[in-house]
Ligand binder design. Structure first.
Ligand code: PLP
Length: 372
């Protein structure tokens, strides 16, 4: 059996006809960028999450950059972020001239906890990025309280977590601003890159809106009030994403059931692998990242059996060449380093069948039975 890591054909297959239709509509209207469908998506996301403002952009990375820029983060500022994460959560800080201050993560949830973040605060800390990773939500309500007390800007990286919740509150809304990504593999995937900022802060929303289109105010064309960016969303993509929103909750539920099935099928392999610990919040299992014994051998074994896997992420961020200038070395972030050495990401998407999950788990069991 072949089990691909993502299966875009399965995902998009049933929506192809409506995609052709929206391409035709947009081409006929000539309204390609930041027009009707983009405005519609912004309203849909506000309705879905309860956010006051939603600003659509070209990617979630762009959203994080512009939200921090709009908050005035720049040279001389420190921004706290996890040592184990996707690169954007640190590169956006550095690209604004601020200093990423990395904190090590919790060995079971892989997240930077509010306690670890609190310990890293200095008088230069101007912002914190709370990052949700894979299938765990960071305790944003606790971080929000900390930031309120210390007057620190809180950005919630909920790029992978649209549909997650802390009780009644949607993930993405706990900080001063949150972001969601529409990269095709994300829970609400587009047909290309895309992202949104959500915020209840009027001034921040206005600045983000201007920054995404070269600092223009949407009224006076070619008057640039701010030094901005081109981080605009395409209407064809926005239309496609809008059409996916009504099935987001059921797709997320499907992801949870698949995660549960993996847990059942891999039960009893405690000495060989462990699942990421997800706390009390309602998570979105965007990726299934296990800690496994003999990672590289298992990865190859699964590949030979037709199962595609990935490594999220092979290096802690502080040890990436791009951050060498910060002077971190091996041993500075021991938990992040251990996780990076043992992580293996298995296929998980709503279209994955139970038979496929069972097949993957059978192969993992066969590997450990043969090797250990
Ligand atoms: C945790 C996290 N933050 C941010 C991003 C960036 O999203 P985008 O690819 O839309 O820029 C990603 C993308 O994978 C991510 O996983």
């Amino acid at each position: 059996m072949q089990v691909p890591f993502f299966n875009f054909k399965r995902r998009i297959g049933s929506q192809l006809e409506s995609l052709w239709h929206s391409i035709e509509e947009v081409v006929d209207s000539g309204e390609f960028i930041l027009k009707k469908q983009v405005a519609g998506l912004e309203q849909d996301i506000c309705d879905y999450t309860g956010a006051k403002h939603c600003i659509a952009m070209a990617s979630a990375t762009g959203c994080m950059t512009l939200a921090l820029d709009a908050a005035g983060i720049g040279p001389g500022d420190e921004v706290i972020t996890p040592a184990f994460s996707y690169v954007s959560t640190a590169s956006v800080i550095a690209n604004l001239g601020a200093k990423p201050v990395f904190v090590d993560v919790d060995p079971e949830s892989y997240l930077a906890t509010p306690e670890a973040i609190k310990a890293a605060i200095t008088e230069k800390t101007r912002a914190i990025i709370g990052v949700h990773l894979f299938n765990a939500l960071v305790d944003m309500p606790a971080l929000a309280e900390l930031c309120r007390q210390k007057h620190i800007f809180l950005l919630e990286d909920s790029a992978t977590t649209l549909g997650g919740r802390y009780g009644a509150l949607n993930a993405g809304l706990a900080g001063d601003a949150g972001v969601y990504s529409f990269f095709p593999a994300k829970p609400l995937g587009g047909v290309g890159d895309g992202g949104v900022v959500v915020t209840d802060n009027d001034e921040l929303a206005t600045r983000c809106r201007m920054l995404r289109n070269h600092g223009q105010d949407g009224i006076h064309r070619f008057t640039h009030h701010l030094l901005g960016y081109n981080s605009r969303m395409d209407d064809i993509n926005a239309d496609f994403i809008r059409k996916g929103l009504p099935t987001l909750d059921s797709n997320n539920e499907q992801r949870r059931q698949i995660e549960h099935l993996y847990r059942e099928e891999l039960h009893g392999l405690d000495g060989y692998l462990s699942f990421q610990r997800a706390d009390r919040f309602q998570t979105v299992p965007y990726a299934l990242v296990l800690q496994v014994k003999g990672r590289d051998k298992l990865k190859q074994y699964l590949a030979d059996k037709g199962v595609a896997t990935k490594i999220y992420y092979p290096q802690p961020l502080p040890l990436q060449p791009a951050f060498a200038y910060l002077g971190h070395g091996q041993g500075d972030f021991p938990v992040a380093e251990t996780i990076a050495m043992h992580s293996l990401s298995l296929p998980i998407y709503p279209e994955l069948s139970a038979q496929e999950v069972i097949y993957v788990c059978q192969q993992i069991r066969a590997f450990y039975a043969a090797e250990y």
